[in-house]
Design a binder for this molecule. Structure first.
Ligand code: HEC
Ligand code: HEC
Length: 128
């Protein structure tokens, strides 16, 4: 082994040690495994909200209100307000035309709204 190669190997070894000293941080913080950590705060979504700014073009807009409306095989709690036929009355933005088939009916692949649209809330991370 040449001299510079040996130095490189020693340097690599040292950087490995430095890396090992930075242990991964658990979401439990410093709470020992034998104790129960306090749960993080629950997100509180507003019942009503105004449209949130979009970060990029064609981004599925964020839901500015609670998103616990049921979406089941029988009914979709979101279309009650966002269906283009009802949206104006409910003061909500109608679903994007891309979500509808030619006859104005919601396409199956857009049925589960929360696959793409998510509510927003800033939840402060507590130290345990
Ligand atoms: C009670 C009526 C109502 C229901 C039910 C409802 N919304 Fe809304 N939604 C609104 C109103 C009002 C707004 C605010 C006006 C706006 O920006 O459309 C809004 C805004 C939004 C926006 C933002 C639109 C934009 O242009 O930024 C999205 C996305 C959205 N809702 C998705 C959903 C989803 C997904 C569901 C079901 C989980 C749902 N909504 C259920 C009334 C409703
Ligand atoms: C496959 C992903 C996907 C699903 C599922 C989906 N959306 Fe969207 N939605 C989008 C995208 C992407 C946009 C933005 C379209 C754009 O700006 O080109 C959008 C836009 C919207 C908008 C804003 C329209 C506007 O004119 O600004 C509303 C409201 C909305 N969707 C409601 C819904 C509702 C309600 C459902 C369920 C019935 C739903 N979406 C399902 C992806 C989705």
């Amino acid at each position: 082994m040449t001299h510079w190669k040996r130095i490189a190997v020693v340097m690599l070894g040292l950087s490995g040690l430095a890396w090992a000293a930075e242990l991964p941080q658990s979401l439990r913080g410093a709470t020992p495994v034998s104790d129960s950590a306090s749960p993080p705060p629950m997100a509180q979504y507003p019942a009503k909200g105004a449209a949130l700014p979009r970060t990029l073009e064609h981004q599925p807009p964020l839901i500015p209100h609670k998103a616990s409306y049921p979406i089941t095989l029988e009914r979709n709690g979101c279309t009650g307000c966002h269906d283009p036929q009802r949206a104006a009355k409910m003061k909500a933005t109608p679903t994007d035309p891309s979500h509808l088939d030619g006859q104005g009916k919601l396409k199956n692949e857009y049925y589960f709204c929360k696959q793409c649209h998510v509510p927003q809330q800033s939840v402060a991370q507590t130290s345990h």
